[in-house]
Ligand binder design. Structure first.
Ligand SMILES: *Cc1c(COP(=O)(O)O)cnc(C)c1O
Length: 346
């Protein structure tokens, strides 16, 4: 029996086309800018987002940190969502390594930061206070449930940034899921932003890698930041080869993951005892009202041991579960999961 792993889209393996491209990739020393496959990936990423340049980084976390180090000086502060990945799940790298002060702003249920809240969080011109220099949003918003932010909202934040003299960074780890959800071109979701990070792993199935895009002078500074963080890679084209397939092919099929997530939510919602808490893009959250005497941990364990289905209990013992669809979860897998949950709860 094959394992059905719904814990996250980060568990997705590279496709066979990626493995073949990796074996064939033409390589060079990327620290010398000599790797043609990396150069191609960076050029294509920049073009896709309508920016001048891009830099290939090892992870989304490294991309976000390079962006903040390239945009901000020590003692400057940034406006950032209070449940955002940058604020909560990156070890406060900006403060640890860059002397940058995060100013958290409440993330709304729709994944957005209110413009009024942003305005109020800007430091006044006062020598007691860290000077606000940047605003950042996250698209899709991970902790809010994979919620995509629209082109219109992005444009509003860009206007806000411009009129307040702030720079604007987007953590677009799953920006292609947002593009698929709204059926828009990726560059429309980056318009007015000074920089954007996105992941080639996760739903796009590359084994490693993210990109940071922006203007040429910014990317030059970001490249310096990447080097000091130990992110200068040599024959990285072997990874970029998979990245090119992620960028050109895999991003175009994400709507399939979204419809599978929808089918999963619909199927689960018909099982007595299951309540769907939310379903956006490739994310599904459900809770159990009657766990049939099982704790959340026990329920997940039974799914794993009896059906080889992996899901993430989320929020401890409250019986909330997080599932994420990806390339390796097909319709048959969705049907199996619905059957297994039904069987365990009957
Ligand atoms: C996954 C993710 C990142 C980056 O994560 P890495 O594991 O470092 O690649 C950044 N932001 C968001 C919203 C993410 O979901």
């Amino acid at each position: 029996m094959k394992t059905i792993d719904l814990r996250s889209d980060t568990v997705s393996h590279p496709t066979s086309a990626m493995r073949e491209a990796m074996a064939r990739a033409v390589l060079g020393d990327d620290v010398y800018h000599d790797d043609p496959t990396v150069n191609q990936l960076e050029a294509d990423a920049a073009a896709l987002f309508g920016k001048q340049a891009a830099v290939f980084v090892s992870s989304g976390t490294q991309g976000n940190l390079c962006a903040l180090l390239a945009h901000c000086g020590r003692g400057e502060s940034i406006l950032v969502g209070d449940t955002s990945h940058i604020f909560r799940y990156e070890q406060g790298g900006m403060a640890q390594l860059g002397g940058i002060v995060p100013q958290p702003v409440p993330v709304q249920r729709n994944g957005a930061l209110r413009l009024d809240d942003l305005q109020a969080a800007i430091s006044p011109d006062d020598e007691h206070m860290a000077k606000t220099s940047l605003v950042t949003i996250e698209n899709t918003h991970n902790a809010a449930g994979g919620i995509p932010l629209s082109v219109e909202y992005t444009a509003q934040v860009a206007d806000f940034a411009r009129s307040n003299g702030l720079r604007f960074h987007i953590d677009g780890a799953r920006i292609f899921n947002a593009a698929a959800a709204y059926a828009v071109e990726p560059k429309a979701l980056a318009e007015g932003a000074d920089s954007l990070t996105f992941c080639l792993s996760k739903g796009l199935c590359a084994p490693v890698g993210s990109l940071l895009v922006g203007d040429a002078a910014f990317i030059k500074r970001a490249r310096r930041a990447r080097k000091v963080l130990g992110g200068g890679m040599r024959q990285a084209g072997i990874l970029a080869a998979a990245g090119l397939i992620a960028l050109h092919e895999m991003r175009l099929r994400l709507h399939e993951d979204h419809s599978n997530a929808q089918l999963l939510a619909e199927g689960l919602s018909e099982i007595p005892g299951v309540t769907i808490q939310s379903q956006r893009t490739n994310f599904v959250y459900f809770s159990l009202t009657a766990v049939a005497g099982l704790s959340a941990q026990e329920f997940a364990k039974a799914l794993r041991e009896d059906y080889q289905i992996l899901i993430s209990p989320y929020g401890g013992e409250q019986g909330l579960f997080r599932l994420r669809t990806h390339y390796w979860i097909d319709r048959t897998a969705i049907d199996k999961v619905i059957m297994a949950v039904g069987a365990l709860l009957s």
